[in-house]
Design a protein around this ligand. Structure first.
Ligand SMILES: [Ca+2]
Length: 265
C-alpha cells in the first residue's frame, strides 16, 4: 500500500508541476541542444572562493537525500530573478553511471542558452582512466554571465549525453509534463534563506519497475546555483513548503524500502 501511495504522490506532484508550469511554457519554449557547444571555463574553488562542503550532505547513497535537511522546497519551473546577477552554477557531486551533461536557457530580459557541464563524472569504472571523467571536481563552478531581472532560468540534463548524443533523453526544469516520460526529474531547494538554490537531478527514464528501472533518487547530478540572495521572484509560502516536504518524507520511506531490491542508480 505504501508503495502505491508513494507512486500516487509522485505522479500527483509531477502532474501538479506540469499543470502549473503550462502557464509559463510559452515564454520559455524553444530550447534546442547545440552539439557545437564547448565546455565553458571551469573555475576551481580556489578561484571562486566557493565552499561546497555544506552541500555534500545532500549527495548521499540514501534515496532523496535532499529532503531531510530543513531546506525550503522550490518549484524548479520558477527560477526567475528579481534583480541582475552574475549567476554561477557549481558542481557538487553525482551518484550516476551515465555520463550526463547539463545545459541552461535564459528567457526574458536576458535570452541565451549554452552548456554548463559537457561531461559530468561517472562512477562507472570503465571511465576511470579517461581524463574527461575528471574535468569537474566537487565545488567547481561555471559562470553563466549576467542574468538580468525578470529572466527565467531553465536547466536541461541530457542523460548519458556525452556518450549517446542526440539519442539521449533530455529532462528539464522547464515543464515536467513535457519530459520524455512525463515525470518530474529535478527537485529544487533554497539553501540558507534563499542565498543558493540546490538542484537534484534524476537521470533515468520512468519509475521503479518500468523502463530503466529508475529509482527516482534525484542525486544523479547535484548542482548549486548562486543566483544572488533573495533573488527568486517566487518562493513558496511556508504552509505550501510544509506540504511539499511532507510529500518528500513519505517518498523517502517508500524509496528506502525499494532500495533493498534495486541496484539502479
Ligand atoms: Ca537516480
Amino acid at each position: 500500500m505504501k508503495n502505491q501511495l508513494v507512486t500516487t504522490l509522485i505522479a500527483a506532484t509531477a502532474t501538479l508541476t506540469g499543470f502549473v508550469s503550462k502557464v509559463d511554457t510559452a515564454s520559455a519554449a524553444g530550447f534546442v541542444w547545440d552539439n557545437s557547444w564547448t565546455q565553458p571555463t571551469i573555475y576551481s574553488k580556489a578561484q571562486t572562493g566557493f565552499d561546497d562542503a555544506p552541500f555534500q550532505q545532500f549527495v548521499s547513497a540514501e534515496r532523496l537525500p535532499l529532503a531531510n535537511s530543513g531546506l525550503l522546497q522550490l518549484d524548479p519551473t520558477k527560477l526567475k530573478l528579481n534583480y541582475d546577477y552574475d549567476v554561477t552554477a557549481y558542481f557538487i557531486n553525482q551518484v550516476a553511471w551515465n555520463r550526463n551533461q547539463l545545459a541552461y536557457q535564459a528567457t526574458g530580459t536576458t535570452n541565451q542558452s549554452g552548456l554548463v557541464f559537457k561531461v559530468v563524472p561517472s562512477k562507472d569504472p570503465k571511465y576511470a582512466a579517461d581524463p574527461n571523467n575528471y574535468l569537474l571536481k566537487p565545488g567547481d563552478g561555471v559562470k553563466l554571465g549576467k542574468i538580468t531581472a525578470g529572466t527565467q532560468l531553465d536547466f536541461f540534463l541530457r542523460a548519458d549525453g556525452y556518450v549517446r548524443g542526440n539519442s539521449s533523453y533530455t529532462f528539464s526544469t522547464q515543464n515536467a509534463a513535457a519530459n520524455p516520460d512525463g515525470l518530474q526529474h529535478v527537485v529544487s531547494f533554497a539553501y540558507s534563506k534563499d542565498e543558493y538554490v540546490v538542484l537534484g537531478f534524476e537521470d533515468l527514464f520512468g519509475g521503479f519497475g518500468k523502463q530503466q528501472n529508475s529509482d527516482r533518487d534525484f542525486n544523479d547530478l547535484v548542482v548549486v546555483l548562486d543566483i544572488g540572495k533573495g533573488n527568486l521572484v517566487s518562493v513558496p509560502e511556508p504552509s505550501v513548503a510544509l506540504s511539499l516536504v511532507a510529500i518528500g518524507a513519505v517518498s523517502i520511506l517508500g524509496l528506502r524500502r525499494r532500495r533493498q531490491t534495486n541496484t539502479a542508480n
